[in-house]
Design a protein around this ligand. Structure first.
Ligand code: DMJ
Length: 419
């Protein structure tokens, strides 16, 4: 796995050094904003450390410390910047004790804090890093509820409670707006607190809200998170789980009535077997990962969205996503079953066969034709290759009793003693 990581990283170094992302087909780069925020190096740094690639890690760390500045007049997505950059800086700080990384994290979080200034305390989508101006009030549960691990860890490491408090309030405000049957919808307005889309599911736009209820409990011992997780998972299993003739899936339902409204499952939903395994529900976790595996093998590589009732593709891209591999990693860890190593080989073989390019790896525009797309998102190095590496690595290469991964696979550790 190290070889594959080094292959992709070498492409980034050669054609995109200092920029956010490599464009693997045109051999050029892409920045998310008018200036680079070093997305790929920050996201990838702890993978290098975990893989023992010390020289590469040092180069990436030097680039970040010397080049990265958040004093920029740009609007950024609070959610993406939190999970990728704040998460990456914090985990790399915990792994290296390099103070400059913690300073960058704290500076970044201070610039993101104005995002929480809505009447409900749920964050606006975008915030300007220099001016603190905010915009975009229509958002979703994932963007509101996937902040506590990063902001909370920063509070624990700095002794400043404000970060934990802001992220926790946002999470609780969201949870308090669940329906009478315990579900959340796909869209919500942070000013009014009203739902704008009542479709409930576990996929993109909602997914990591649930993940952080569970992990907020595991990382911080937060009892409110435990209770919110327990209530939520009961509703999910009651209304969203679909025990269909071709296996266990999770589809869409109306958040108020629980009536089934869709049978779409996709590559983002594939984080859920891992989530179930981490929560102790190995039976559902195993069955759902088998369904995910069917989704992958039916086309040689998984589509972004599948209608599982007919096994027909609903959206045919593949963005180099990690979730199905992440789930295999958790299942391998908790069951010790070699089945998940077998799955891992299938995933790796497909990636090499269909996505590997001369200089790195590329997303697929179409999983049926296998036509490539000129994109390698930073999560490929942060997550996809890290989880593959850990899946094949000796057990307890990272001790899961000590480590909680944020949603971007940045390992956070409970290094603090109190609170
Ligand atoms: C990553 O940024 C995170 O895993 C997020 O939770 C979902 N999308 C991508 C990977 O697919």
């Amino acid at each position: 796995m190290r070889q594959e990581f080094l292959h992709a990283w070498a492409g980034y170094k050669q054609y995109a050094w200092g920029h956010d992302e490599l464009k693997p087909l045109s051999k050029s780069y892409h920045d998310w904003h008018s200036v680079s925020l070093c997305m790929t190096p920050v996201d990838a740094l702890d993978t290098m450390i975990v893989m023992g690639l010390d020289d590469e890690a040092k180069k990436a760390k030097d680039l970040i410390v010397n080049r990265l500045s958040f004093n920029q007049d740009i609007f950024v997505k609070n959610f993406e910047i939190t999970i990728r950059l704040l998460g990456g800086l914090l985990s790399s700080y915990q792994l290296t004790s390099e103070k400059a990384l913690l300073q960058l994290a704290e500076d970044l979080a201070n610039r993101l804090l104005p995002a929480f200034s809505s009447p409900t305390g749920m964050p606006y989508v975008n915030v300007n890093l220099k001016t603190g101006a905010v915009r975009d009030e229509n958002t979703n549960p994932a963007e509101i509820g996937t902040l506590l691990l990063e902001f909370g860890t920063l509070s624990k490491l700095t002794g400043k409670p404000i970060y934990y408090e802001k992220a926790k309030k946002a999470l609780v405000e969201l949870y308090n707006r669940r329906s009478q049957i315990g579900l959340v919808g796909a869209g919500i307005n942070v000013k009014s607190g009203a739902w704008t889309d009542v479709t409930s599911h576990i996929g993109g736009g909602i997914d990591s809200y649930y993940e952080y209820l569970l992990k907020g409990w595991l990382l911080f011992g937060d009892k409110d998170c435990e209770q919110m997780w327990r209530t939520s998972i009961a509703a999910i299993n009651k209304y969203l789980a679909d025990d269909s003739p071709n296996g266990l899936w999770y589809g869409q339902a109306n958040m108020n009535t629980g009536a089934r409204t869709g049978t779409i499952f996709g590559s983002l939903d594939a984080f859920f077997p891992g989530e179930l395994a981490l929560s102790g529900d190995l039976e559902r976790a195993r069955r759902l990962e088998e369904s995910c595996y069917k989704m992958w093998t039916a086309f040689g590589i998984e589509p972004e969205e599948l209608d599982y009732s007919r096994m027909k593709i609903a959206y045919n891209g593949y963005a180099l996503r990690p979730e199905i591999i992440e789930s295999a990693y958790y299942l391998r860890h908790f069951t010790k079953d070699a089945r998940y190593i077998e799955m891992g080989h299938t995933f790796l073989d497909s990636l090499v066969k269909y996505c590997r390019t001369e200089v790195a790896y590329a997303a697929l525009k179409n999983v049926e034709t296998k036509q490539k797309r000129d994109s390698m998102e930073s999560f490929f190095l942060a997550e996809t290759l890290k989880y593959l590496y850990l899946l094949f690595a000796p057990p307890n290469t990272l001790d899961l009793t000590q480590v909680v991964f944020n949603t971007e696979a940045h390992p956070l550790r409970r290094t603090w003693t109190s609170g």
